[in-house]
Write a protein that binds this ligand. Sequence first.
Ligand code: ACO
Length: 199
Amino acid sequence: MFAILSRQIKEPNDKNMTTSFYTEKELTQIGFKEVGKNVLISRYAQFYGASDMIIGNNVRIDDFCILSGKIKLGSYIHISAYNALYGKFGIEMEDYTGLSPRCTLFSATDDFSGEYLIGPTIDSKYTNVTGGKIIIKKYSQLGSNCVVLPEVTIEEGVAVGAMSLINKNLSGWGIYKGIPAKLHSKRSNKLLNLLINEY
Ligand SMILES: CC(=O)SCCNC(=O)CCNC(=O)[C@H](O)C(C)(C)COP(=O)(O)OP(=O)(O)OC[C@H]1O[C@@H](n2cnc3c(N)ncnc32)[C@H](O)[C@@H]1OP(=O)(O)O
């Protein structure tokens, strides 16, 4: 994985080659709180409130992602195309985690009960936005089209099947799926051996 990232980040220095990733210099100009080495971010990704965002090393963020608010990404993270991370109350992804295409992470939500109005165009005295931090711990991966609701912790080594709704904490080293996501099976932790051998 490291080798692939290294090869791609050389593209911006090649004047004859167009690339959809920001150069290292451009990345510093976006204004992140911190940004590490070997980071590939698509020019088609959008950041709102970059000064609240920390990005580690060896991170790739693909086309058409939206990241807003307080977001902390560790290292060796891949955020695939069309992901949306709404970090008003904080989103943290630890090392070796990933989001398959089209996931949505909501750290905040409007009140759907009918007692309040909804949306950013309404004066906040008529809305009830609540939320809490989303934490995705090491070695966890969400399948395509997952939705994560506020104040959820996904423990270490979790994989979640495509099209799942994650509205509660998930315990470590399990494979989960469904709406709401329930345990499908245990997950092997043999991947840890690969990391010991490689790094
Ligand atoms: C960065 C990237 O990799 S991009 C590609 C991202 N990849 C994905 O999003 C795929 C994620 N993988 C899945 O969703 C898989 O189906 C898994 C991991 C949840 C389950 O895989 P397996 O253990 O092989 O399960 P299997 O295919 O045998 O299905 C078992 C049962 O669960 C059902 N099932 C499988 N996946 C899901 C799902 N996501 N949601 C609901 N039900 C599911 C199957 O229909 C089957 O039901 P049945 O017993 O009634 O027939």
